[in-house]
Design a protein around this ligand. Structure first.
Ligand SMILES: Nc1ncnc2c1ncn2[C@@H]1O[C@H](COP(=O)(O)OP(=O)(O)O)[C@@H](O)[C@H]1O
Ligand SMILES: C[C@@](O)(CCOP(=O)(O)O)CC(=O)O
Ligand SMILES: [Mg+2]
Length: 318
């Protein structure tokens, strides 16, 4: 049996703009997705945290059918299909996914599912991939399913730590700690759907769009310097700026906008939405008052301490 642990992530700066080549900063956190690959006579996918709406049952074949099923399982299914296509192998297994958070709340569960299955299933097939190789393959798969997407989430969850993604490709680990308070509310859409909406803004108004994303890019680069200096005042201020730019892109939601404005008035150093948006996660520089504000909007607080470790794969012989 193979057991895999994958950290989830927070985007500190640069979401959405990173899809169009701008820089970003993300951090792997202590909330971990667990994936088990157990030898089995059939290929079965099991998940603890997916509610599938509109399910239909075919009583002849005792099969479940649902429009939502393939959408919900698309990342996991595409990962298994990838190995069949690229490596020419398929070996039946029971793949069990256990997530500590809801899907689609900006914490990179899509990336973690892919990274976990790429890591675990490749080992199950007898391959020893490096974290870097897992990240590269996982990015390719996420991009295929989403249609649009950056390397940020798959690389952060594979490699762990605090990572700067420069314009033009590659990545750079930032050897500093940053303490965050974070929580999430349910989101109105998946990342794939929000990415499509952002793209339509680009098509409608390319000049304005390019200005907005290049401003996000500038904010990220200033934030990198501030993080390296440990300048919390500056980091916080840039978080508010980044939130405002994401609001202009239309990916924020009124309860989160209210929270961020209230936080600013109360003198919290910095807060912003984190991830794909449309609700989902909000982060603030660590502050007890941020916990209170997050609980007033019904947010679930998460363990946002940094995970220096990326994907961990264990072989267990029973
Ligand atoms: N526990 C899980 N089991 C199986 N698939 C999951 C799980 N959590 C998330 N996913 C996959 O990830 C998708 C959510 O991805 P996305 O909208 O990008 O949100 P996130 O911000 O969490 O990455 C789900 O629709 C599903 O395909
Ligand atoms: C919006 C985006 O920048 C981050 C999406 O993160 P999440 O799926 O909401 O965790 C998309 C991407 O980088 O691929
Ligand atoms: Mg995602």
């Amino acid at each position: 049996m193979i057991e895999v642990e994958v950290p989830l992530k927070l985007t500190l700066f640069g979401e959405h703009a990173v899809v169009y080549g701008e820089p970003a900063i993300a951090m792997a956190i202590n909330e971990k997705m667990k994936i088990k690959i157990v030898p089995y006579h059939k290929m079965i996918l099991k998940s603890n945290s997916l509610s599938i709406k509109g399910i239909k049952v075919d009583l002849e074949e005792m099969k479940l059918e649902s429009e939502e099923t393939s959408k919900v399982l698309s990342y996991a299914l595409s990962t298994i299909n990838f190995f069949e296509k690229e490596y020419g192998t398929r070996k039946n297994a029971l793949i069990e996914i256990e997530s500590p958070v809801d899907p689609s709340v900006g914490l990179g569960t899509s990336a973690a599912v892919i990274v976990g299955i790429v890591g675990g299933y490749s080992r199950y097939l007898g391959y020893e991939l490096t974290r870097e190789e897992i990240a590269k393959i996982s990015h390719k798969i996420e991009l295929t399913v989403q249609g649009l997407g950056s390397r940020m989430d798959t690389y952060t969850t594979s490699l762990g730590g605090l990572i700067y993604f420069p314009k033009g490709g590659g990545y750079e680990k930032i050897r500093r700690e940053i303490r965050i308070t974070a929580g999430y509310i349910r989101r109105i859409a998946t990342t794939a759907e929000i990415l499509k909406r952002v793209k339509s803004l680009k098509e409608k108004n390319p000049d304005l769009f390019n200005d907005l994303i290049s401003s996000i890019g500038k904010t990220v680069n200033k934030a990198k310097i501030a993080i390296e200096k440990g300048d919390e005042e500056e980091i916080g201020e840039l978080m508010y700026v980044n939130h405002g730019l994401l609001m202009s892109l239309g990916v924020t939601l009124p309860p989160i906008d209210n929270l961020v404005s209230t936080a600013k008035i109360l003198g919290l150093k910095g807060c912003k939405i984190s991830g794909g948006g449309g609700g989902g996660s909000t982060i603030c520089l660590e502050d007890e008052r941020a916990r209170i504000l997050l609980s007033t909007i019904g947010a679930k607080i998460i363990d946002s301490r940094i995970s220096q470790e990326g994907v961990m794969i264990k072989e267990i012989n029973q």
